[in-house]
Design a protein around this ligand. Structure first.
Ligand SMILES: NC(=O)c1ccc[n+]([C@@H]2O[C@H](COP(=O)([O-])OP(=O)(O)OC[C@H]3O[C@@H](n4cnc5c(N)ncnc54)[C@H](O)[C@@H]3O)[C@@H](O)[C@H]2O)c1
Length: 293
């Protein structure tokens, strides 16, 4: 009887974000746009913070077509003054800040760390790590000062924050984002602010389209779920971490990687069952992006 009563108490409104005020950095395209779409799908108004206005304008239109409010704010996340002005602009338009997704970031081509120039190191750390800190700090100040005091901060890290491969500056920045997330979660829980991060694997965003079929096949072969990650694979994790459903989850690094980082099999994973997503479906969202001029 008790179990039945508890089940009947389950309510999908736990995931409802209608009327919430959100911002997403780097939301013009790629994963940021997927995060913004997830929030808009569940009813949140979403500010698009980016340095690329022409793509941002199209994203804003797509978000508004879902019946929510959206607008673009020019913001370089590595510039403290611009970050503060952007958070103020969001509050001026939406009245408060409930959800912030710190996604803006970039990788640089793999190169030997023994030759990495300090300027490149500084540039990668400046946007991927310092940018996340500057945003989280400005967002938390708003969340602390509003009534009721509370908020959800979600940082976008990477599986390369936990495992090695690729560029050392990027990996160090992403490992920094994961530990920054834990530290801020421990500090800001007392303000009812949850701080979590999501670590994707390789995602088929527009800038990944150049990858050869050989590389794509290798990615599928080492990923237990059997397909390459799509931007829309972020929808569920984002809605969970942005909503009441995750109110007791904080300081967590949610790996959204199809099991890639837990797989250490030396032989290829044999599959007799088709994966849930076919190779053609992997590029669905990217194809939509490509439709944009
Ligand atoms: N694509 C992947 O395979 C992958 C995997 C793991 C993690 N990630 C992470 O996801 C995030 C988004 O990656 P993506 O693949 O969608 O990248 P993307 O290049 O497709 O989009 C990045 C967006 O961030 C914006 N941006 C760049 N620098 C900025 C700055 N200084 N201030 C504000 N906006 C800025 C760009 O204009 C762009 O709109 C990054 O943090 C990235 O490290 C991506």
């Amino acid at each position: 009887m008790v179990a039945a009563r508890r089940l009947s108490d389950m309510d999908l409104s736990l995931f409802e974000l209608r009327g919430k005020s959100a911002l997403v950095t780097g939301a013009s395209m790629g994963l940021g746009r997927a995060c913004a779409t997830a929030l808009a799908m569940t009813g949140a108004n979403v500010a698009v913070l980016d340095i690329d206005e022409s793509s941002a304008v199209k994203t804003v239109e797509k978000l508004r077509s879902r019946g929510v409010d959206s607008f673009f704010v020019h913001c370089d996340v590595s510039n403290k003054a611009q970050v503060r002005a952007a958070v103020a602009a969001v509050v001026a338009r939406f009245g408060r800040l409930d959800i912030a997704i710190n996604n803006a970031g970039f990788g640089i081509p793999v190169g030997g760390s023994e030759n990495l120039a300090q300027e490149e190191w500084n540039r990668v750390i400046g946007i991927n790590l310092t940018g996340v800190f500057l945003c989280a700090q400005a967002e938390a100040q708003q969340m602390i000062n509003q009534e009721p005091t509370q908020g959800k901060i979600i940082n976008i890290a990477s599986m390369y924050g936990s495992v090695a491969g690729g560029n050392c500056a990027y990996n160090a920045a992403k490992a920094g984002v994961i530990h920054l997330t834990k530290t801020l979660a421990a500090e800001w829980g007392r303000f009812n602010i949850n701080v979590n991060c999501i670590s994707p694997s390789w995602v088929m965003t527009r800038r990944m389209m150049h990858l050869s079929e050989e590389v794509r096949s290798r990615m599928r072969a080492v990923t237990p779920m059997g397909h390459i990650q799509r931007p829309e694979d972020m929808f569920g994790p984002v809605i969970f971490l942005a909503s009441q459903a995750s109110n007791f989850v904080t300081g967590h690094d949610l790996l959204v990687d199809g099991g890639h980082t837990v797989n250490t099999w030396l032989s290829p994973l044999e599959r007799t069952l088709a994966p849930r997503v076919t190779p053609e479906e992997e590029i669905f969202d990217t194809a939509q992006d490509a439709d944009d001029p």
